[in-house]
Design a protein around this ligand. Sequence first.
Ligand code: BDR
Ligand code: CA
Length: 343
Amino acid sequence: MRGTETADPFGRGSVRRRQLLIDTDPGVDDAIALLVAAASPEVELLAVTTVFGNVPVQQTTENALRILALAGADDIPVAAGAQRPLVHPQPHRAARVHGANGLGGVELPLAVRSAEATPAVRFLAELLHGSSLPVTVCSIGPLTNIALLLGTDPGAAARIERLVVMGGEYGSGDVEPAAEFNVWSDPEAAQRVLRSGLPITVVGLDVTRATAMNAAAIARIGASGPVGSAAAEMLAHHLDHYMRVQGGRGVVIHDALAVLEAVIPGVLGTVARKVTVDCGHGPGRGRTWVDRRTGPAPGLQDDAQSAGGAVPRQGVPVQVAETVDLPRALTEIEARLRSYGAR
Ligand code: BDR
Ligand code: CA
């Protein structure tokens, strides 16, 4: 959606659009997230940048182009980014979960255009420098592009008004017992981003796991029109995986929840916490440690007393999503996916 103001098809009058950039590795839930963003009157989706992750970056880029074409959003530029993590290449991809093509085996029609000639990190930097309005960035894949932006053009990164990240786990992991896929895919990048001091909201597995779309919702989306039908086909592949492998209640659409928070700030309840990423090479690699303690750090009590107050803990706090209004989140996501049928 282009332009800064629009009438709201969800009946909330005229809305000022937030500028949004999405960095992604589609991925079924990324595809759903992109469809949600492109149908959201609250945002102007400025561009999509891609990164390796669920499948290699050539495929995630092709998928992003095809998803935007499906959404009728062929005017939104797509720029291809990192093909590997910052430091340690990882052999594992998520094809077992997302299918070999990343979209659950669903063959979306070919896009008529190609990605931008400018690589993603430079593209992001140019957009951020050039924007006269505040920009939200939503990262729903490994954080490599964002870490590279911080390293190569910190001035551009500093222009990010808000960075919403789908990443981390604050209970138990998915790809490993202790690690979530996006952070585990490039822990060094995640650490660099989470320590950057940018205004970050992290949306981890604790809240995303609750966001399960059941078979009835998928059927309603599928019946809404051609876009809904393609979305439902991708979700159905995922439903099979979640029921068989994870014994779940429906498809967990991690990335769509993060994008919803970027589109409607406050849909998630967050608390300021310090988060550290395990960048070691043991079984904890990629784990996100969240500090839920309050007050002065143990062991620093004497210093605190002699300093006459609390000693600040190390690190920069980020907003950690801890609660989700589930009925609202699921209703909003479903409504946006079904809204294509009414166009
Ligand atoms: C994250 O991992 C990917 O497989 C999903 O697309 C999501 O971004 C969830 O852990
Ligand atoms: Ca993703």
